[in-house]
Design a protein around this ligand. Structure first.
Ligand SMILES: [Zn+2]
Ligand SMILES: [Zn+2]
Length: 271
């Protein structure tokens, strides 16, 4: 039986430009196995092709997926291993997760807050309300993108900080609207131990959103967003955070449900 608090749904390898060189898929998988995770989802950064405005995305996503799959072939069934991608709404907008990749993966997570990358739409002004409204609008559009099943690190950004005064500029109604949209579109909200560890203010800032999302029945995942084996422990931080929020097993998305959501999304467009 898979424990959704032991399912790390967001893990990078050295196939991501920001991944540690030694973090091969196999090294990451073995580390997950040693940690006793019940499931691990690989989600290297994805773009369909090189992005001229953003050198971070130089390698075609299909190449990355082929390399990942080749290295993970023939592994034992525990931990349960899923192949996903981290698509990037801030950089690629509506082209972030094209249908051509849907059949290649078990699920797609969508990031809408990599504002540190060149070429991303920036807020029109730097006052908290303008910045927060921009982040909210981007998150909303990302959740509406067909084919995506998890919103990665909601409102987490390396440059638009600190988060609490920004989140204070958003009303409960606005946050509930995003959470309901995520719930109805079957997009889980990610509790990410990465930014939560880097900045205590992330957790403080985003907490109200997660509490409201729990109230309306949105679903959640935990993850480490690891870029090297030592980062995998951050999934425990995310799980601890989930418990602080009061999330129970039924609030969390299991690997099989995640696969089923993705399949249902593919079937919907093929009808
Ligand atoms: Zn990310
Ligand atoms: Zn990531």
């Amino acid at each position: 039986m898979s424990d959704p608090f032991r399912f790390d749904s967001h893990v990078h390898t050295n196939l991501s430009p920001c991944g540690d060189r030694a973090a091969t898929p196999l090294v990451m998988w073995r580390a997950a196995q040693e940690m006793g995770l019940s499931a691990i989802g690989f989600t290297d950064h994805y773009s369909p092709g090189p992005v001229p405005t953003c050198a971070f995305y130089a390698r075609p996503g299909q190449e990355v997926l082929d390399a990942l799959r080749a290295e993970l072939r023939g592994l034992p069934s525990e931990p349960d291993t899923l192949i996903g991608i981290e698509a990037d709404y801030a950089v690629l907008g509506e082209q972030a997760a094209p249908q051509q990749v849907w059949g290649e993966v078990d699920y797609i997570i969508i990031a809408a807050s990599h504002y540190h990358l060149p070429g991303t739409p920036q807020p029109a002004a730097r006052d908290p309300r303008t910045v927060a409204a921009h982040m909210l609008a981007m998150a909303r559009r990302a959740v509406l993108l067909p084919g995506v099943s998890i919103l990665a690190h909601p409102f987490a950004c390396n440059t638009l900080l600190p988060l609490p005064p920004l989140m204070d500029a958003l009303t409960d109604e606005e946050l509930v609207e995003l959470a309901v949209l995520a719930r109805d579109r079957r997009v889980a909200l990610e509790l990410n131990g990465g930014p939560a560890l880097r900045a205590e203010t992330y957790k403080e800032g985003v907490m109200r959103f997660f509490l409201l999302a729990k109230e309306v029945g949105a679903r959640f995942t935990v993850c480490s967003d690891a870029h090297r084996p030592a980062d995998l422990g951050r999934v425990e931080l995310a799980a601890q955070w989930a418990r602080e929020i009061g999330l129970r097993e039924a609030d969390m998305l299991s690997p099989d449900e995640l696969r089923a959501w993705h399949c249902a999304k593919m079937e919907e467009v093929n009808q």
